[in-house]
Design a protein around this ligand. Structure first.
Ligand SMILES: Cc1cc2nc3c(=O)[nH]c(=O)nc-3n(C[C@H](O)[C@H](O)[C@H](O)COP(=O)(O)OP(=O)(O)OC[C@H]3O[C@@H](n4cnc5c(N)ncnc54)[C@H](O)[C@@H]3O)c2cc1C
Length: 469
C-alpha cells in the first residue's frame, strides 16, 4: 500500500497515547505497565512522520536506526519490510522500544516536535519489534555469512556485549560470549524489572543471536575462572563489556545494618532470583512496610516501584535535589507517582538508625536547599542547619550509583584504566592492548542501553578492521 497521505492530513494526526495498566491494579503485581499499540494506532502514528530530508532523528540514535525507512514501511503496512530494516540496524529493538530515553534522543530531534508533539518513535519501534517476534516466519532469514576463520571473545552478555557479538557473527567470525551470571542480558535482566521489560522479550532477542551462531558461556567470570591473558591467547580479538556493577556506598553510619541493600542486590534478588514473587524461589528478600530508596535515577525508580509491588505501605524516594534535577526518565517518575510512591525531595540521608535487634528502623535525614550550579550544570544541594528529621525505614535501598567492577581489571595489570577504574579506549573502542577492545558502562560509567549498544557496534567494526575483514 503506498504511503501517499497528504502533508496536511499527516500534520493533523494527533500523537498516539500508550495504553497503560491501571495504577492501583499494577502496583500490586509485576505485569508490564505499558500495553503496546494496536496495528491501526501504530500505522496512523507512523503516518505522522513527514519523511523530512535531513533525518535528524537518525543522528539522535546512537546505533543509527534508519527511522524514516522503518516508519515509511510501517505506514504502508509492510510489516516484514519494517521489521527487516529495524532488526538490521538494532540487535535489541524490542528492548530499546521499551527502555530507551527516546524523549532525549531520536524524538528530541524529530522536526514534528518543533511545533507540537514529536512522532512516537519508541512506541513504534516496540510495535514493529513485537510484531516481528510474533511472526518470525514472515521475516526472510538473512544471508549466512562466509566463515572468516577468526575467533572473537566477548566478555559480558549485557547490551554492549550482545550487540558486538551479533555484529561480529554477521561478519562471519566464530564468537563466544563469556558471562559471569547464570543468565544473559546484564542489567536488562538483573536490573530492569519485569513490569518495564518482560524477561521473555530478552530471551527472544538473545535467541536471535544464538541462531546466528553466537556461543554463550554463562557462569564464567573473566578475572577468576579465566584471565584476560588466556582469552588473548585463545582468541584473535577480545571485546570487553563487563558493565559497571559495583555499588557506590553511602558512607554513612548504619550502612551495614540488616534491612539495608544496594540497588544491585535488591533488584538482582527480585529480578534474577525471583525473590518475593515466586513462592518456590530460594533467595529471600525482606518485604519492608516502610521502604526508603536513596537516589533519583532510573535505578532508584525501579527499586521503589519494586518495593511497592512487594507490599510496602510507604515506598519513598529520598533525593537531595529537587524533582527538576532528577535524572530518571519522566515516564518513570510519572508511573511511580501514580503507583503511590512518595517523593521526599531536597533531603539527604545522615544515618541509618537500628532497632534493638540490629535491624534498620529509621533513616535520619537533613533538609537541603539548592545553591549555585555545580560542574554537572545542576544546582548544588546545600544542607539546611538544624533541619534533621527521621523517616520510618525497615528497608533502605542505596541507589546512588555504580562504578566499574574490578574483577577483570585486577588480574589484567597491563590494561590501561582511568582514575575511576574504567577501561580507557580510543575513538574506535581500542584499548592499549593489541586486539583488545572495550565498550559500554565499563568504559563510560553508568550510562544507557543504547549508548552501550552503540559501543558494541563501534567495537565490532574496529575488530573487523583489526582482523583485516
Ligand atoms: C536498575 C537499572 C535501570 C536502568 N534503566 C535504564 C533504562 O530505562 N534505559 C536505559 O537506557 N538505561 C537504563 N539503565 C542503564 C543501562 O542498563 C546500562 O547502561 C547498560 O545495561 C550497560 O550495558 P553494558 O552491556 O555495558 O553492561 P551491563 O548491562 O552491566 O552488562 C555487563 C555484563 O557483564 C557481566 N560481567 C561483569 N563482570 C564480568 C566478568 N568479570 N566476566 C564475565 N562477565 C562479567 C555482567 O554479569 C553483565 O551481564 C539502567 C540501569 C540500571 C542499573
Amino acid at each position: 500500500m503506498p504511503n501517499n497521505i497528504a502533508m496536511k492530513e499527516r500534520l493533523a494526526i494527533p500523537r498516539v497515547h500508550m495504553p497503560e495498566l491501571d495504577a492501583a491494579e499494577r502496583s500490586a503485581n509485576f505485569a508490564e505497565v505499558n500495553r503496546g499499540l494496536t496495528m491501526a494506532e501504530a500505522v496512523m502514528e507512523a503516518k505522522r512522520c513527514i519523511q523530512c530530508k535531513h533525518r535528524p532523528c537518525v543522528d539522535g540514535c546512537p546505533v543509527g536506526v534508519s527511522i524514516p525507512e522503518f516508519l515509511d514501511a510501517l505506514a504502508r503496512e509492510d510489516l516484514p519490510a519494517s521489521a527487516r530494516i529495524l532488526q538490521g540496524d538494532n540487535a535489541l529493538p524490542a528492548v530499546c522500544g521499551r527502555v530507551c530515553p527516546q524523549e532525549t534522543q531520536c524524538e528530541a530531534k524529530c522536526v514534528r516536535g518543533l511545533k507540537g508533539d514529536s512522532v512516537a518513535i519508541g512506541y513504534l519501534e516496540r510495535f514493529v519489534a513485537d510484531w516481528a517476534m510474533a511472526n518470525p516466519s514472515r521475516i526472510a532469514a538473512g544471508k549466512v555469512p562466509q566463515a572468516s576463520g577468526r575467533k572473537v571473545a566477548v566478555v559480558g552478555a549485557g547490551p554492549a556485549g550482545l550487540t558486538a557479538a551479533g555484529e561480529l557473527a554477521r561478519a562471519g567470525h566464530d564468537v563466544t560470549v563469556f558471562e559471569a551470571l547464570h543468565d544473559t542480558g546484564g542489567v536488562l535482566r538483573y536490573g530492569i524489572p519485569e513490569f518495564r521489560l518482560p524477561k521473555d522479550i530478552i530471551d527472544v532477542e538473545v535467541s536471535r543471536l544464538t541462531e546466528l551462531g553466537v556461543t554463550i558461556e554463562c557462569n564464567v567470570i573473566i578475572g577468576k575462572t579465566l584471565t584476560l591473558e588466556q582469552l588473548r591467547a585463545d582468541f584473535d580479538a577480545v571485546f570487553i563489556a563487563n558493565g559497571a556493577g559495583l555499588p557506590v556506598m553511602l558512607d554513612i553510619p548504619g550502612e551495614n545494618l540488616k534491612g539495608v541493600y544496594s540497588a544491585n542486590e535488591f533488584l538482582t534478588r527480585v529480578n534474577l532470583m525471583e525473590a518475593g514473587r515466586n513462592p518456590s524461589a530460594t533467595t529471600p528478600i525482606i518485604r519492608g512496610r516502610n521502604v526508603t530508596v536513596i537516589g533519583g535515577g532510573n535505578t532508584a525508580m525501579d527499586c521503589v516501584r519494586t518495593a511497592r509491588r512487594l507490599g510496602a505501605e510507604r515506598a519513598m524516594i529520598v533525593y537531595r535535589r529537587s524533582e527538576a534535577e532528577m535524572p530518571a526518565r519522566v515516564e518513570e517518575i510519572k508511573h511511580a507517582k501514580e503507583e503511590g510512591v512518595e517523593f521526599v525531595m531536597l533531603t539527604a540521608p545522615l544515618e541509618i538508625v537500628a532497632d534493638s535487634n540490629g535491624w534498620s528502623s529509621h533513616l535520619r535525614c537533613r533538609r537541603m536547599e539548592l545553591g549555585p550550579a555545580d560542574e554537572s550544570g545542576r544546582r548544588k544541594p546545600v544542607p539546611v542547619e538544624g533541619s534533621e528529621f527521621d523517616l520510618p525505614a525497615d528497608v533502605v535501598v542505596n541507589a546512588i550509583g555504580t562504578r566499574a567492577n574490578p574483577l577483570l581489571t585486577a588480574t589484567a595489570p597491563d590494561l590501561e584504566l582511568n582514575r575511576w577504574g574504567n577501561i580507557t579506549v580510543d575513538d574506535s573502542g581500542a584499548t592499549n592492548l593489541p586486539g583488545v577492545f572495550a565498550g559500554g558502562d565499563m568504559v563510560r560509567g553508568g550510562a544507557t542501553v543504547i549508548l552501550a549498544m552503540g559501543d558494541g557496534k563501534r567495537g565490532a567494526a574496529a575488530i573487523n578492521s583489526y582482523l583485516n575483514c
